[in-house]
Ligand binder design. Structure first.
Ligand code: G4P
Length: 196
């Protein structure tokens, strides 16, 4: 997605050769117009998948998921990272390890919003080592729903996330695929096919 790559080049800060900071439009301040374009890009990529629900993880996954839900006409469920006072019944839960933070966390969602008839698109802001994606696949499948694909806003292609998620047999689509963050510069993989 050219517009997204352009915004990453203009506003992204390379903190080191592993971490890209995009607080000006995705992880802290949110740019709603860019998010609308991102939602439309996800709709285009998954339009033949019969998506009935979107599942994401709080907090930065929520804005691109809501615009994708708007574009696709489906509801959005965000898994929680913290225990909720009101979220207690019929919980699907999974443990997620963050290599970045070196800690385990438990993510959960209420199974009342998913059924075995659902075809779910999982959306997240970043793909690094795929651990959040694995946890989301796990909780969606616990409800009996089917994972139809994973949509990522920014993939760090030099980390192992894509291989890990694809090894689960899941289709992975990212809107911007970073090849390297070395020498303080962001370089992207050359796209082939219709989604250049
Ligand atoms: P993984 O799920 O792919 O294995 O990712 P990892 O544990 O390494 O990442 C933990 C958190 O850091 C996630 O956000 C993830 O989106 C984010 N992250 C990973 N790499 C980068 C990066 O290069 N840049 C930025 N900006 N974020 C990165 P989170 O803690 O769940 O944050 P939030 O959703 O509450 O904002």
């Amino acid at each position: 997605m050219e517009l997204l790559k352009q915004r990453i080049q203009e506003e992204g800060k390379v903190l080191n050769d592993q971490v890209l900071k995009v607080d000006s439009f995705l992880n802290h301040q949110v740019d709603p117009l860019l998010m609308m374009e991102i939602g439309e890009a996800f709709r285009e990529r998954f339009k033949h998948e019969g998506i009935t629900k979107i599942v994401t993880l709080e907090s930065s996954g929520i804005s691109p998921s809501v615009t994708a839900g708007l574009a696709m006409g489906v509801k959005v469920i965000f898994a929680r990272k913290r225990k909720s006072l009101t979220l207690t019944d019929g919980l699907a839960t999974s443990k997620v390890y963050s290599f970045t933070k070196e800690e385990w966390s438990e993510i959960s969602l209420s199974s009342e919003f998913l059924s075995p008839d659902d075809r779910v698109l999982i959306i997240d802001d970043f793909l690094a080592n795929g651990q959040a994606g694995l946890g989301l696949i796990d909780i969606v499948e616990q409800t009996g729903a089917q994972v139809a694909g994973i949509g990522i806003v920014i993939e760090k292609g030099f980390q192992s996330g894509r291989e890990i998620l694809q090894s689960k047999g899941v289709r992975v689509e990212s809107l911007a695929r970073v090849q390297s963050l070395q020498n303080g510069r962001v370089t992207f993989y050359k796209e082939t096919g219709v989604h250049a």
